[in-house]
Write a protein that binds this ligand. Structure first.
Ligand SMILES: Cc1cc2nc3c(=O)[nH]c(=O)nc-3n(C[C@H](O)[C@H](O)[C@H](O)COP(=O)(O)O)c2cc1C
Length: 168
């Protein structure tokens, strides 16, 4: 599968098999995340890897739309580390790029995954901060539920009407 094919196939998948994800695969997901572009290459990311079923249950209660965590085998919480950033105003964009890289790598490994929003919702950020006792200056950006699945089904969303050539 090439990158373009992977992009076409990526979908939000919310049901997963019980099969655990190999350690090497988890590392590859995180390697993909850290290859993302970021403003001035500031790489404001850290990651929390969660496989403990009790913690996954707690994550599923983070907000109304976090229920996919209930049957996930793995969660990756994408965290922002604010200290010393050259362009702090771009941290959310940087972390979004890293998050999307994880989703695309997941397709390559036959995993289903879904991105669940945390930032900028204050209550969700507080929930993640409390659950993991995050230190000062570290905050939750997004959480991903992952697991083996056959759920990536192509849906064509191309819309020529969204494209403007040369002028609007
Ligand atoms: C910033 C962001 C937040 C999202 N939050 C949730 C969420 O809380 N729960 C959920 O089930 N899906 C969430 N999604 C997934 C979207 O619902 C999904 O991407 C969208 O419906 C398009 O479907 P697709 O991913 O299958 O292409 C989120 C996606 C993004 C980018």
């Amino acid at each position: 599968m090439n990158v373009y094919e992977g992009i076409q196939l990526r979908r939000s998948v919310r049901q997963y098999d019980k099969r655990p994800i190999e350690k090497e695969t988890i590392e590859k997901l995180l390697r993909a995340a850290m290859q993302a572009p970021s403003a001035a290459n500031q790489q404001p990311w850290e990651f929390l890897v969660v496989e403990n079923p009790e913690t996954l249950q707690k994550l599923s209660n983070a907000h109304t739309y976090a229920t996919p965590m209930k049957n996930a085998t793995l969660a990756i919480i994408v965290l922002a580390k604010e200290e010393g950033l050259l362009f702090p105003q771009y941290w959310q964009q940087d972390l979004a790029a890293a998050t999307q890289n994880i989703l695309l790598a997941a397709v390559e490994f036959g995993l289903g995954a879904v991105w669940m929003g945390v930032a900028p919702e204050e209550d969700r950020m507080a929930y993640v901060k409390d659950l993991f006792q995050l230190p000062q200056g570290v905050k939750g950006f997004a959480m991903l539920a992952l697991g083996y699945s056959s759920g990536n089904v192509f849906k064509d969303r191309f819309d020529a009407g969204r494209i403007h050539y040369e002028k609007y």
